[in-house]
Design a protein around this ligand. Structure first.
Ligand code: THU
Length: 131
């Protein structure tokens, strides 16, 4: 099983960030999700003129991966131009808790990507909704 290459995953998130569609906030976020088999799925935020329809980079990456048949995830890297990086929003935490509960979450400021903080999904959302 391939190991987690933190810097490689962050580089993939930085590449994904370039494809963010964020004309309203201008806040561009990139995500890269590592599957158990070593595949990396990238995502970036997509905004709508109807603001509430916006989808975060993390969810785009997760939905892409799930609908390509990936079900087992090891890590996700998230980059955004914010000091310390942007931790996933509540909605993304819920989805990560459901579909990527064991994933490590790497968060970095896209302007200083060599410094990343890591969290467990459990730490980000200790008591998620379960059905
Ligand atoms: N956003 C993400 O893509 N991921 C996060 O973790 C935080 C917020 C996006 C949503 C919106 O397009 C923009 O950042 C500002 O909230």
């Amino acid at each position: 099983m391939p190991g987690i290459n933190k810097h490689g995953l962050i580089r993939a998130a930085l590449a994904a960030q370039k494809h963010a569609v964020a004309p309203y906030s201008r806040f561009r976020v990139g995500a890269a999700l590592l599957t158990r088999s070593g595949t990396i799925m990238q995502g970036a935020n997509v905004e709508s003129a109807s603001y509430g329809l916006t989808c975060c980079a993390e969810r785009i990456a997760l939905f892409k991966a799930l609908t390509d048949g990936h079900t087992d995830f090891r890590a996700i890297a998230v980059v955004a131009p914010l000091a310390g990086g942007a931790t996933p929003c509540g909605a993304c935490r819920q989805l990560l808790a459901e579909y990527a509960p064991k994933a490590l979450v790497w968060v970095a400021d896209s302007r200083k990507p060599q410094r990343a903080r890591s969290y467990s999904v459990k730490e980000l959302l200790p008591i998620s909704f379960k059905f």
